[in-house]
Structure formats: C-alpha cells, structure tokens
Design a protein around this ligand. Structure first.
Ligand SMILES: Nc1ncnc2c1ncn2[C@@H]1O[C@H](COP(=O)(O)OP(=O)(O)OP(=O)(O)O)[C@@H](O)[C@H]1O
Ligand SMILES: [Mg+2]
Length: 367
C-alpha cells in the first residue's frame, strides 16, 4: 500500500512556498517525486513580513494575506498535478503548514495563516493544517515538529546521528539508537544573515556565504551575541521572528563598543549560527558519529565549512548523503505529518516539544 501526499511548507525566511509531491510507502519510506518553491509576489512577501510584528488592522490584513497565500499555493498545486498527470482524487491529502506570523509558546499559542478551507476548495483535495496548536494545548512548544519525521526516516539502528535543519531558524534532532529523541531550536539560522545583507547589499540572501567569507568575524561581538539568554536556556525550546529579528540585531550592535565593517558583521552573524549549532550539539552528543544538514543553510558553503571546523572530527554532510534532498526535507515532513494525522497517529515527540504526551496533530478540511 502506498499513498500520494503533497507537503506544503512556507518557512520563517519567507523565501517562498515549498511544495513536495511525495509517494509514501509506510513500511519503507517516502519518495520525493516532484518539488517546487513558489516565489511570493513582492506585495505578499512584504505583507507576510509586516504581519510578523504587531501592527494596525492586523486581523483583516492577516485574513487577506492567508487567502492570497492559499490561492498562490493552489495554483502551484494545479500546475504540479498537471505536470505529473495526476488527478486530485489520486492524492490522499495536502499537509499544509501555512505561514507562521506569530509564535508565542510562552503564552500557549502559535499562529499560522494559509486559509486551509480555501485551499481544499480550490484543489478538491483534503487538507490537513494547524499542526502546532494541539501540541501547545498539551503544554508543548508546538515546535520543532520535524524531529519525529527525522526519526522515522533517518534513525540508524547502530550509530548516533544528528540532523540539523538550517532555515530561518536552526533546529537540531539527535537520533540515538533505541533512545528518546532530543530536538530543539538552537537559535537563528539564516534569519539575521538575510536581514543584514538585505539592508546593506539589497540582496535576499548571502549566496554561498561569500559576503560573510569576505569579512572577518569579531570574537567579542560573537561572544556578546552568544550571551543572549536564549542560547543557555535548556530544552525544550523554540524561537522565531518575534525574538531574533532586525531589531534584536540593531540593539546588539548599539550595545557593542566598536564600529565594524559591514562584511565583518556578516561574518560574525554566520559565526553565531555556526557556534550556537555546534555548542547545542556538543552539549548533547559526545557519541554522535555523523551530522546531516538540511534546509537552505545547506547551500551556504561558508557555513558548512565553519560547522565542519567546529565539529571536527565529526563528519558533516548534507542530508543528500542519506538520500534526502536538503531543500525539501521540511515540506516532506508535512506530507508525512498529514498522513500521521489521517492514521490517527501522533506527530509530536513529547521529549522534544515538552508536551504532556504524544498527540495527533492537525485539523482536517475535507476535499
Ligand atoms: N545558495 C545559498 N547560499 C546561502 N544561503 C542560502 C542559499 N540558498 C538558500 N539559502 C538560505 O536559506 C534560506 C531559506 O531556507 P529554508 O527554505 O530552509 O528556510 P525557511 O523557509 O525559513 O524554513 P524554516 O521553517 O526551516 O525556518 C534563505 O533565506 C537563505 O538564507
Ligand atoms: Mg523556505
């Protein structure tokens, strides 16, 4: 028995909507058949970014942005199905994460917009959405949710492995044979690197980490940034744009005694991401054999070099080494989470999120 499922993820970097068409074989894994990243229009991108901070008339604006997000996603799914000559009836479900515009686990809520009913209406496929709120209701962080998928897909019966997803934020999953999975957000991934290069070079991201590589990281700045209490907090923990953002960076730089060249700031931000990941891993896994990186950060060559140096003698690979394209891991995870929901099976790992127990995640919008 196998099923077609579509996973949809639109992450904190706001780089677009990832679609992953998958074929799930419950006994032996999940196959990625087709995938695409749908870019946002500049208007939708700006509106989603603005909605991540408190602002006026935000309920109406969030309603409209959620609809625009669903329409964009539906058009992408129609094109994907046409390309693969598949009909909506052949797809078991769309697992749609939506776009996070606020994540407040300390207050018990996390808001993803993406009009799942509209998506079901447009695609005529059942949609599973709202994956985080049940975990939050059970006292969890509602995040990260990918570790259960990492475990299902990549656990090795003999060796300890770490999977690190570097998106806007970075999250770590530690898979020890036969033991409870450890997972949490280590801190910012690309979010500050994107913000700084956007502001000073007008680019969306630092391709290959080349601008960072042209500068020199400043030890004092890096240690000041790493002194933020988030990094020393113990897990379970998760974070988002409401905490680490351009304003946070601004305040840190104001409090810093020296004026640094812009490229040195970029190098220091890359060092922050690399060191916070390495420290998080060191604190958990002296027995770890191999580290697999996924998410957009896997394409940042400079970041991978720094991680390899910091984690040496551990071997650092991308998840391509274990047969999973690093760009589509998260979207595939939401296809899998939708399937878990429809099977009535839990999707969270209580040891990771801090929830009081395993819970079936998601709400179903019939096709
Ligand atoms: N070639 C590249 N070189 C350097 N960085 C890259 C490259 N390609 C992508 N990135 C970085 O990856 C980011 C996108 O990564 P990804 O899509 O995994 O994150 P996300 O959508 O925020 O997801 P998450 O939910 O995991 O935070 C971009 O914003 C950019 O910073
Ligand atoms: Mg993305």
């Amino acid at each position: 028995m196998s099923w077609w499922l579509i996973g949809v993820m639109s992450g904190t970097s706001l780089d677009g909507i990832d679609l992953a068409l998958t074929r799930l074989h419950p006994e032996h894994g999940i196959e990625l058949v087709d995938a695409e990243c749908l870019p946002f229009s500049p208007e939708l991108h700006n509106e989603l970014k603005t909605l991540c901070q408190p602002g006026s008339d935000e309920i109406r604006r969030a309603g409209l942005a959620g609809q625009a997000w669903a329409e964009r996603t539906a058009r992408g799914i129609h094109a994907l199905l046409a390309r693969q000559q598949l009909k909506p009836e052949q797809i078991l479900a769309i697992g749609s994460h939506g776009q996070t515009i606020r994540h407040h686990p300390e207050l018990g809520f996390s808001v993803q917009i993406g009009a799942p009913a509209l998506l079901a209406e447009r695609c005529r496929i059942q949609v599973v959405s709202d994956f985080r709120s049940r975990d939050l209701a059970a006292g969890g962080e509602g995040a990260p949710l990918v570790p259960a998928f990492h475990q299902w897909l990549l656990e090795d019966p003999e060796h300890t492995r770490a999977v690190i997803n570097i998106g806007g934020f970075a999250n770590l999953t530690l898979l020890r044979p036969g033991q409870t999975v450890v997972g949490f957000d280590s801190g910012p991934g690309n979010i500050l690197l994107d913000a700084w290069i956007q502001r000073h070079q007008g680019q969306a991201f630092d391709k290959g980490g080349r601008w960072a590589a042209s500068g020199t990281s400043d030890l004092e700045l890096v240690s000041q940034l790493l002194a933020d209490p988030y990094f020393s907090r113990s897990a379970p923990k998760s974070t988002g744009r409401e905490y680490f953002n351009a304003h946070w960076l601004e305040q840190q730089l104001q409090a810093f005694a020296k004026q640094l060249p812009e490229a040195d700031v970029q190098a220091s931000l890359l060092e922050l991401t690399a060191q916070s990941i390495a420290t998080a891993l060191d604190s958990q896994a002296s027995d770890c054999r191999s580290v697999y990186i996924c998410g957009g950060g896997a394409a940042n060559i400079r970041l991978l070099e720094r991680l390899s140096d910091l984690l040496s003698p551990l071997e650092v690979h991308t998840t391509a080494a274990v047969g999973v394209d690093p760009d589509w891991m998260e979207a595939m995870a939401f296809a899998w989470l939708a399937w878990r929901c429809l099977q009535g099976q839990s999707g969270n790992l209580p040891a990771v999120t801090g929830a009081s127990g395993p819970r079936v995640l998601g709400a179903v919008y019939p096709g």
